[in-house]
Design a protein around this ligand. Structure first.
Ligand code: G1P
Ligand code: ZN
Length: 542
């Protein structure tokens, strides 16, 4: 039976960069998740009888939330609700399945790379029929609805078994529990030459993939070990855990430190990679080298043709504004389009749909292509493996060769986590005022060429996104970017993105932090970071 339950609005259900993220206890308040899910459906039209894909990254509260989401979806008239076994399905796999089934949309239960567990984070994101995150017009409508909502509809059916493949009927909906890997693996086989990668592993090539106890474990076991023949044990931390083993499921040098240290040690395998909580991020390492996400995007774009799915070349490459300009040099050489978008994967959706861009990437360990409408960690690893299988040189040589061809964009991001909200707001406001006076000023050898608050005009639908980050650009191509995170749940997170270009003939082997030292010092001084936040140093450096 369908019950209509009276409820009261919660004032804080505003979706951020990537859906609604809150601490688990916030989501556990009676009506909190229910209100948000009902508000999503209230903001959509025409889904009666249609399919909804529901996936999660396995974090704490995932299993309870799946039941609630499915029962509300059934009560609201969806005809088919497709759920990954155990409530598990990676973000890229959800995107792929939405597209494959021609589903109306999907709901992803994840807080991505944020920590999990009873005191960790939880999150909900709505994806549209193209497979990508809902555009701002929809997330704004959802937020508006959350402030008005008076009731939600939910089926009173008993909980169904999410651990057994098969289907059950609830109200007028069929709930299907599917293997989360099957369709995703089929899609990967259409893009990559699995036989070529198998031959690479057969030749003795070694790899470590660290799933960080998050959602990619089952995918990595199935694809790298079972399909491609990587040695058993190549995948570590491959069992999804509700608290990710107490770790931060974020593939970067700080939170995937074991892998990072191994890859830079004498015991390193040929190749290393990691993915995040929900499987859309990736970190790439070769023996003796960490590849920045910005460089990885550029290298993947430059070598894309080795994979059958991209044998005809790329239409264009889009990168988020704070991502380094390394990929711009590749698009320029290839004579293809390049785009600079605000932070967040949703801004790539229109470019992909319109066929203007084939690859997209963000400095925050996100890379992907037009095969789906999310970034895709396993996809990036498969493309790297394709390149290594084709070129048969060590990963470090692929990177060095790239720098010798295109030059190197020395690049780092400094994050100041959990700073005071007011202090962060004041800091950004002051920078926003400084952009008018900075151009023309010199700081030691650094002369400011231009400064602005980044504004994006979507070439497809004409929409405008403003206040997307303060950019300070220097003569010679160096740059400092400031923005506040839209995914944090405690206080504010200030992100600084620092970059300097070195031409192919220059010194390509310098230490990144050392070579950027003057820009780093200036970035702190310009924003008065210590005076305003009390922080002497960043919490995370990537
Ligand atoms: C962060 C990243 C951004 C990414 C998002 C979701 O957002 O910076 O590139 O798209 O996570 O994974 P932020 O916290 O900076 O708003
Ligand atoms: Zn993620």
């Amino acid at each position: 039976m369908i019950r209509t339950v009276a409820t009261k609005p919660f004032p804080d259900q505003k979706p951020g960069t990537s859906g609604l993220r809150k601490k688990v206890p916030v989501f556990q308040q009676p009506g909190y998740l229910e209100n948000f899910i009902q508000s999503i459906f209230d903001s959509l039209e025409g889904f009666a009888g249609k399919a909804l894909v529901v996936g999660g990254d396995g974090r704490y509260f995932n299993r309870e939330a799946i039941q609630i989401v499915a029962k509300i979806a059934a009560a609201n008239g969806f005809g088919r609700i497709v759920i990954g076994k155990g409530g598990i399905m990676s973000t890229p796999a959800v995107s792929a399945l939405i597209r494959h089934l021609g589903a109306f949309g999907g709901i992803i239960l994840s807080a991505s790379h944020n920590p999990g567990g009873p005191d960790g984070d939880f999150g909900v994101k709505y994806n549209i029929s193209a497979g990508g995150p809902a555009p701002e017009s929809i997330t704004e409508a959802i937020f508006a609805r959350t402030k008005q909502i008076e009731a939600y509809k939910i089926s009173d059916a008993p909980d169904f078994d999410i651990d057994r493949l098969g289907s059950v009927e609830i109200e007028n909906a069929t709930i299907e529990i599917v293997d989360p890997v099957t369709q995703y693996l089929e899609l990967m086989k259409t893009l990559f030459d699995f036989a070529a990668i198998r031959a690479l592993f057969a030749s003795g090539f070694t790899m470590r993939f660290d799933a960080l106890h998050a959602v990619t474990g089952p995918y990595a076991h199935a694809i790298f070990e079972n399909e491609l023949g990587a040695a058993a044990g190549s995948v570590v931390n491959g069992t999804p855990l509700p608290d990710f083993g107490g770790h931060h499921p974020d593939p970067n040098p700080t939170y995937a430190k074991d892998l990072y240290d191994l890859m830079l040690s004498a015991a390193a395998p040929d190749f290393g990679a990691a993915s995040d909580g929900d499987g859309d991020r990736n970190m790439i390492l070769g023996r003796g080298i960490y590849v920045t996400p910005s460089d990885s995007l550029a290298i993947l774009a430059a070598n894309a043709r080795v994979a059958p799915g991209y044998a005809n070349g790329l239409a264009g490459v889009a990168r988020s504004m704070p991502t380094s300009a390394a990929s711009d040099r590749v698009t320029e050489k290839l004579g293809i389009r390049h785009y600079e978008t605000p932070t967040g994967w949703k801004f790539f959706g229109n470019l992909l749909d319109a066929g203007l861009a084939t690859f997209c990437g963000e400095e925050s360990f996100g890379t992907g292509s037009n095969h789906i409408r999310e970034k895709d960690g396993i996809w990036a690893v498969l493309l790297w493996l394709s390149i290594l299988a084709n070129r048969r040189i060590p990963a470090i040589d692929v990177v060095r060769d790239h720098w010798r061809t295109y030059g190197r964009n020395y690049y780092t991001r400094h994050d100041y986590d959990e700073i005071d909200l007011k202090a962060a707001g004041g800091l950004m406001e002051a920078l926003g005022e400084a952009i008018t006076t900075l151009p023309g000023k010199s700081f030691g050898a650094l002369k400011v060429e231009a400064a602005d608050d980044f504004e994006y005009h979507d070439p497809v639908d004409g929409s405008i996104a403003d206040h997307q980050g303060i950019r300070v650009m220097f003569e010679g191509g160096s740059r400092i970017v400031y923005r506040l995170s839209g995914t944090g749940t405690v206080g504010a997170t200030l992100r600084l993105y620092i970059e300097r270009y070195e031409p192919p003939t220059g010194d390509l082997e310098e230490d990144t932090q050392a070579t950027l030292a003057d820009l780093i010092a200036l970035s702190r001084e310009l924003a008065g970071i210590e005076a305003r936040t009390g922080r002497k140093a960043p919490s995370v450096i990537t």
